[in-house]
Write a protein that binds this ligand. Structure first.
Ligand SMILES: [Cu+2]
Length: 83
């Protein structure tokens, strides 16, 4: 999730994840709440299609494909200690 630290936008993991009510929705967007890949070992190039499967607490899954974009699209900062 995105938070404000010393007047600057920064990101931190959301403890406990996001709780989305049945039939509800939750918006993920740049500068707001988002899914973030950590410890990625394979380079994602612009135009690459990356498949994701989210595992929900109830055991269900949600799958989708995202398109890699140029890194300049995401100008974000990180809390100290986050790589
Ligand atoms: Cu992030």
């Amino acid at each position: 999730m995105t938070t404000t630290v010393d007047g600057k936008m920064a990101m931190r993991p959301k403890d406990g994840g996001f709780v989305i009510p049945a039939n509800g929705s939750h918006e993920f967007r740049p500068g707001g709440d988002h899914l973030m890949l950590m410890d990625v070992t394979t380079e994602v190039k612009a135009g690459d299609q990356v498949s994701f499967t989210l595992t929900l607490q109830g055991g269900g899954t949600v799958s989708f494909t995202a398109i890699g974009k140029d890194f300049a699209a995401g100008n974000e900062s990180y809390l100290p200690g986050m790589g």
